[in-house]
Design a binder for this molecule. Structure first.
Ligand code: CDV
Length: 311
């Protein structure tokens, strides 16, 4: 029996600092409604989808920083989204800044949650590959202070049974790392959901700028093909607080083929009816991990962090 899941990639245009949570949630609800009309069972929102991308600013006042974090989910502001989704029988994936108490201390993560069609939070992912820097670098046109405002995620890359399949999540910079997909591939993942905020200018490496679109597609397509999984990449794009960011949200099939792609840089939903069994032929032939992988030859991947050149 075939298993199909209609998924919507709910791309967002810019969120300015002056925009309230309530205003943003209204935009998410409008996209969810578009998803409902398109027959979506699952709608994926971007990374840090409730606020502007605040790591672009150096801030020292913890109260100012914590304004961008959520202490509970759902909150009073996000409850209408949860309620709409539950009523429509649509699940969603939502990225936000999470402030929590764990191990007797306050912790802050760049988080995504997976909400099932009945409104239950069934999975949580905390971003592991935090890009950017921790100190103030005023020479940059804008900061990228994820290493200052967040801790690296501590939940690994969970894959859960949901939406009739095996679903995993990752966030933005994670998509560039093959380890991200492979750790989920080793749990049989059938669909990876990922949101991103990707400035089109990379201050430490401006020569990469012209390749932003290519590097995004390359990472998603390689991750999909090499693990026989769907990948749903969802941007917050457009010019946010003066910083142009990549849009180009896309849904990639296990073949590596892009089957849906957002033409705009604003709020927009693209959808695709995904056959969750489409990865099977990859998982049982070319990428039959149990048959072909040689983990004992890959020890360096976990034993060594940075590259050490041979003498
Ligand atoms: N939000 C991100 O993780 N952005 C990074 C940028 C800084 C390179 C990305 O990988 O898109």
């Amino acid at each position: 029996m075939s298993r199909f899941l209609t998924v919507g990639a709910a791309q967002l245009g810019p969120i300015e600092r002056r925009h309230s949570r309530r205003e943003v949630v209204e935009r998410l609800r409008a996209l969810l409604e578009q998803g409902r009309r398109a027959g979506c069972e699952l709608v994926v929102f971007p990374e840090l989808a409730l606020t502007t991308f605040f790591p672009r600013w150096w801030m020292e006042d913890q109260a100012e920083i914590d304004f961008f974090f959520e202490r509970e989910m759902p909150s009073a502001d996000t409850a209408p989204l949860f309620e709409d989704a539950r009523r429509a029988g649509i699940g969603f994936c939502l990225g936000y800044a999470e402030l929590t108490r764990e191990d007797g201390r306050t912790r802050r993560f760049n988080t995504a949650i997976l909400v099932e069609r009945d409104g239950r939070i069934v999975s949580r992912y905390r971003k592991i590959h935090l890009p950017g820097h921790a100190g103030h670098e005023p020479a940059r046109a804008f900061q990228h202070l994820e290493k200052r405002y967040f801790e690296p995620g501590n939940l690994g890359f969970p894959v859960v049974r949901a939406f009739g399949g095996l679903i995993g999540m990752c966030i933005c910079n994670d998509r560039r790392w093959p380890e991200t997909y492979r750790v989920m591939g080793l749990q049989g993942v059938e669909m990876v959901l990922l949101g991103y905020n990707t400035p089109l200018h990379n201050p430490p490496a401006p020569d990469h700028d012209e390749h932003s679109w290519f590097h995004n597609a390359l990472s998603l397509q390689a991750g999909a093909y090499q693990n026989g999984t769907w990948v749903v990449g969802v941007a917050k794009g457009g010019i946010e607080e003066g910083v142009p960011s990549l849009a180009d949200s896309m849904i990639v099939a296990p073949s590596g083929k892009i089957v849906a792609r957002a033409p705009s840089v604003g709020d927009e939903l693209i959808a695709h009816r995904c056959d969750l069994d489409a990865g099977r032929s990859y998982k049982t032939t070319t990428f039959n991990f149990a048959l072909h992988r040689q983990p004992e030859q890959y020890r360096l991947i976990v034993d060594r962090k940075g590259a050490i050149e041979p003498p």
